[in-house]
Design a protein around this ligand. Structure first.
Ligand code: TXA
Ligand code: MG
Length: 337
């Protein structure tokens, strides 16, 4: 299949392809998503095939105005209204009980549905122009880092999807915060740029699922299917070194070995004698989020590297989202310095 590369001017063409049942990678403020008409089962099936995605991993439905949520869920609860007013459009996905119109292929057998209203100008235009909500998982092969640039999408999916809309780099860089309003207490299934503290300022108490930062044991059933799959796995072995800059640099510089690289902050790099990729600065978790997936892909492309030592981010605020992605990439391998 030829994959057309479209630009921000070609919103109409992207919408036409989607209306005809095609699948198109579109920019959002978090990461690129692989979109299809949320009411077209055949089109949605193509997403699962192109990504190699397990069929029980449910999809997020993307809307372009708050009104659209009403048909998609059983009840727009008072909490949902508060969250939508505070954070939509933006990087927040809200899980509610689904209505009958939601296809089983979207919800992966659950009785809930995840809804998000993205803030990206082009994403909003494409949804509006298509005149239907769009499902859109991240536009990567299953198990690869989510794409923050068109090159990432092309590397994973060129030849397998109808088109990619190029709108440059996604500025948030990690996927949306996912919160479920179907638990006793609102529960965060995936941390993102909207922090737990921000959610609590609107809702009061918010839980976060322990699988967000801990390895799920083999037999337990995850609260969100996405938590059980290996994510963002680079081809090389990655180990997180949890400590301050001095401890990190000492550990690496005293354990010189072949075929080792670093995933570090910009300010660490000049003191290292091994190859490295940087992901932002220690004091700036937003920058870390923006750069992380690109850095993981850069490490994958390095020749002759089979081990990467990663600097550990702060585990609070937006840093929690960064940490959540990094520990999955590292298969929960952490050394406390
Ligand atoms: O920022 C984002 O959310 C991006 C952009 C493209 O919008 N999309 C995205 O989609 O990250 P995806 O499919 O890669 O991740 C969706 C996550 C998965 O971990 C999935 O298991 C979870 O949300 N999810 C979706 N629907 C759910 C539901 N009904 N219950 C529990 N978890 C759900
Ligand atoms: Mg994904």
């Amino acid at each position: 299949m030829e994959t057309k590369i479209l630009s921000a001017k070609d919103v109409n063409e992207a919408a036409e392809i989607l209306k005809m049942g095609g699948i198109v990678a579109i920019p959002t403020e978090t990461v690129y998503g692989l979109a299809a008409d949320a009411f077209n089962e055949d089109a949605i099936r193509k997403i699962f095939i192109a990504k190699g995605r397990p069929s029980d991993n449910p999809l997020i439905v993307h809307i372009s105005s708050i009104d659209e949520i009403y048909g998609l869920v059983q009840e727009v609860t008072p909490e949902a209204i508060k969250l939508a007013n505070a954070f939509w459009p933006g990087p927040l996905t809200i899980i509610l009980k689904k209505s009958k119109v939601i296809l089983d292929i979207i919800s992966g057998g659950l009785d809930t549905v995840a809804i998000r209203m993205p803030a990206h100008r082009i994403a909003k235009k494409i949804i509006k122009e298509t005149k239907t909500p769009l499902v859109a998982p991240s536009a990567n092969l299953s198990g690869r880092p989510s794409p923050t640039k068109v090159e990432h999408v092309a590397l994973d999916l060129k030849g397998k999807i109808d088109a990619i809309v190029d709108a440059g780099t996604c500025n948030i860089g990690v996927e949306s915060t996912v919160i479920s309003l179907c638990e006793k207490i609102p529960t965060v299934f995936r941390p993102g740029a909207i922090t737990i503290e921000q959610l609590e300022s609107v809702l009061g108490k918010v839980e976060f699922d322990s699988a967000v930062i801990n390895r799920l044991d083999e037999n337990s059933k995850p609260i969100s299917p996405g938590l059980k799959y290996k994510h963002y796995a680079p081809n090389v072995k990655l180990i997180i070194l949890d400590g301050n800059q001095k401890q990190y640099l000492d550990y690496i510089n005293n354990n010189e070995a072949n075929k080792v690289a670093a995933l570090c902050f910009e300010e660490d790099a000049k003191n290292l004698k091994i190859p490295f990729a940087t992901y932002g600065k220690e004091v700036d978790p937003l920058l870390q989020a923006e750069k992380l997936f690109d850095a993981l892909r850069k490490l994958d492309n390095m020749k002759n590297i089979d081990l990467v030592y990663a600097r550990c981010p702060a585990k609070s605020g937006v840093g929690l989202a960064v940490y959540n992605r990094l520990i999955r990439a590292a298969g929960f391998n952490i050394i406390n310095l």
